[in-house]
Design a protein around this ligand. Structure first.
Ligand SMILES: Cc1ncc(COP(=O)(O)O)c(C=O)c1O
Length: 443
């Protein structure tokens, strides 16, 4: 019996345009606010931070934005990615639901993150940016930017969250192999990092501390620009190649999704996967978009929708979105890519508008789901991806109870081959559950 069924697209089906959801949403996103004046930020402010082409994409109201040919050529390294049907999981769960997944784990860096990294490195090169400075949680984004920087000839400096820097040395070595620099955050290389370490020498860091250090570095070096692995509208835009291909693959087999499921750290894989279907949902299609997040960092399920800083040092702009508070330091769970206090503003807006549901899962349930999936299908998911699988299993159980032959599609955002120590500790040590910090305590 087949464990998987595979649906491929020809290379010519790599999308030629990214899809910008903004013109299709009922409301426009709120402006970013300047951290000092609290007025909407202007292009001048943004130009000190980002390549100009990305600023234009950030605020664009065009529905379709052309993908440069050089970026499309680079996508050919692994795109279009396959869509699979998870037959073995369906049988194991004895569910009437059909479960499909879009496999982003075949990218050279191991996850969906390369979809945006290549675009960002390309524009940086075009505009003469010398170095891109960034933050990374588990190291997936840093790895992607390292590959993209090497491909387009742009240096990358990656501030890697200290706890991951220690526990995921292979990601660090991966980044260095591509000739790029990686430093722990908090660390001694910035004033902000030194302050944090002075106050708490064992500070585990978070994406929010790493963003602050990246911002401080960009401010101090005019040839450098900030690069983001999620959060910003332009990053979500680049990720829409995932959903555009998925739409085509589903159409080719006559399948219509009832559920679209993805893990959320900030929301770039969810947005890239699900936004190309949102216009259908807004036009009345019955479809549930479901975000899976860690109980230890429950941004969408327990956060508030309000203005907050994107970084813990309050150096960067404020954005309106779901947040646990910029000072929230999530417990050091293995899914380092989900340890961020805020959702991407567009993902926050979509949730605020009632278009996105969310569930939070404790770590041990997530690893059980990831391990089950690996044993059934042979594909070992990243801990972040295992959150989506956990939510899919839940949903498939509900379909079984309701005898509903639904079509569930999820985004397999990355492989877990460099996350084996996390799986090892799941198998050898029962994981201590980290309770989410009560919301009122984290502002
Ligand atoms: C494999 C994988 N999936 C998901 C995520 C979560 O990020 P996002 O919500 O931006 O997709 C990450 C973040 O690093 C990741 O590495």
């Amino acid at each position: 019996m087949n464990a998987l069924e595979r649906f491929d697209l020809p290379v010519s089906a790599i999308p030629r345009r990214w899809y910008n959801v903004v013109p299709d949403l009922p409301e426009l996103p709120d402006d970013y606010l300047d951290p000092v004046t609290r007025e909407p930020v202007g292009p001048q402010y943004l130009e000190t931070l980002l390549p100009r082409a990305l600023i234009a994409q950030e605020t664009s109201l065009e529905r379709w934005i052309a993908i440069p040919q050089e970026v499309r050529d680079a996508y050919r390294l692994w795109r279009p990615t396959p869509l699979y049907r998870a037959l073995a999981l369906e049988r194991h769960l004895d569910t009437p639901a059909r479960i499909y997944f879009k496999y982003e784990g075949s990218s050279p860096s191991g996850s969906h993150k390369l979809n945006s990294a290549l675009a960002q490195a390309y524009y940086a090169r075009l505009e003469g940016v010398e170095r891109l400075v960034t933050d990374t949680g588990a190291g997936q984004w840093g790895s992607a930017l390292a590959v993209a920087g090497a491909r387009f000839g742009v240096d990358a400096l990656v501030y890697m969250v200290r706890t991951s820097y220690k526990t995921k040395p292979a990601r660090r070595q991966f980044i260095e192999t591509y000739g790029q620099q990686v430093l722990p955050s908090p660390g001694p290389h910035t004033a902000y990092g030194r302050d944090l370490l002075a106050a708490r020498p064992d500070h585990p860091g978070s994406e929010a501390t790493a963003v602050s250090e990246a911002l401080e570095t960009v401010r101090a070096h005019p040839g450098s620009r900030l690069s983001m692995g999620a959060f910003a509208n332009h990053v979500l835009l680049h990720q829409t190649v995932i959903g555009l291909e998925t739409r085509e693959q589903l159409q080719s087999i006559g399948a219509v999704p009832d559920y679209l499921v993805a893990s959320v750290g900030c929301g770039s894989n969810l947005a890239g996967f699900a936004f190309p279907f949102l216009a259908d949902k807004l036009a009345g299609a019955e479809m549930t978009v479901l975000a899976a997040e860690p109980a230890a960092c429950p941004t969408l399920t327990a956060g508030e929708y309000r203005y907050d800083y994107a970084d813990s040092g309050r150096l960067g702009p404020l954005a309106r979105t779901y947040t646990l508070g910029h000072a929230f330091v999530p417990p050091p769970i293995h899914a380092g890519g989900l340890r961020y206090h805020g959702a991407a503003p567009l993902v926050g807006l979509v949730r605020h508008e009632g278009l996105l549901e969310a569930r939070a899962y404790p770590q041990h349930e997530v690893f059980e789901a990831g391990t089950l999936f690996a044993r059934l299908h042979g594909l070992l998911p990243a801990p972040e991806t295992a959150h989506a699988i956990r939510a899919v299993i839940d949903t498939a159980h509900q379909c079984r109870e309701r005898r509903h032959p639904a079509t569930i599609v999820f985004c397999y955002s990355g492989h877990g081959l460099l996350d084996l120590p996390a799986y090892h500790s799941h198998h050898t040590d029962p994981m201590v559950e980290e309770e989410p910090v009560p919301h009122a305590a984290v502002r």
